[in-house]
Ligand binder design. Structure first.
Ligand SMILES: [Zn+2]
Ligand SMILES: [Zn+2]
Length: 237
């Protein structure tokens, strides 16, 4: 296994796609950027009044009651935005409409939020998709975002550090405890040499309760990671 900097150069099909369907602003539809200058004000940035462990709303950024009662293996969870408006649209298009170029937008949202509140890390690890879903989609959106972010914050990516060892039903509609049970033991890390003693950022597009990221953190800490932080583009509710 190697720590690779992946290139995000579009495939020939991707280039043809870009030619046929030029980037349009998610806010107003104008051609050009994924979010134009006029629509930047519509980005639903998450404010700082969030629990540093799970990114849920919490006055003055204090540790929330749920994290006090049931701590997880995650040392922290950061989200750039709320899962609303143009960010919700961007993630939807990135996941379900083959809009791979939106990984660049997602990465720049994360990079901007990290300028405000830096996270010290040695390694970026995207949350792996279930094999079947990855085959269907042709890519893992978290991996695309990690590849872009890796270049902009100069932290290497280890896309193969985590693997899904068990298929899990979708988390949608489940309560927080059900979500934790659903993903418990679903991930494994066999890259001890890569993660031991390291500070790792686990990256995903969206987190709701953080259960998936916590299950990833469990696997990474079992493999010896010193610290594990979750980083997501958007915090769902
Ligand atoms: Zn616009
Ligand atoms: Zn919390």
């Amino acid at each position: 296994m190697s720590v690779a900097r992946e290139t995000a150069r579009p495939s020939p099909l991707g280039q043809l796609w870009a030619l046929l369907f030029p980037t349009r602003c998610l806010g107003c539809g104008r051609r050009g950027a994924a979010v134009c200058g006029r629509c930047e004000a519509m980005i639903p940035w998450l404010n700082r009044e969030t629990c540093h462990r799970c990114a849920a709303p919490s006055p003055l950024g204090r540790l929330c009651q749920r994290c006090k009662a049931a701590p997880t293996a995650l040392d922290g969870l950061r989200a750039a935005c709320t899962f609303d408006g143009i960010v919700r649209q961007a993630i939807h298009n990135l996941k379900y409409r083959q809009a791979r170029s939106l990984a660049g937008l997602a990465s720049s949202l994360l990079a901007d939020s990290l300028v405000e509140r830096p996270l010290q890390a040695d390694l970026l690890v995207p949350v792996p998709l279930a094999a079947g879903r990855r085959r269907e989609r042709g890519y893992n959106q978290a991996e695309l975002i990690a590849a872009c972010l890796s270049r902009s914050i100069d932290v290497p990516t280890a896309a193969a550090a985590l693997e899904r060892v068990r298929e899990t039903p979708p988390q949608v509609g489940l309560s927080a405890p059900e979500r934790r049970r659903n993903v418990r033991g679903a991930f494994a890390c066999s890259a001890e040499a890569l993660v031991a003693g390291r500070r790792v950022i686990v990256l995903d597009d969206v987190a709701t309760t953080g259960a998936t990221l916590a299950a990833c953190a469990d696997a990474l800490k079992t493999a010896g990671a010193a610290r594990v932080y979750g980083l997501v583009v958007a915090r769902g509710s």
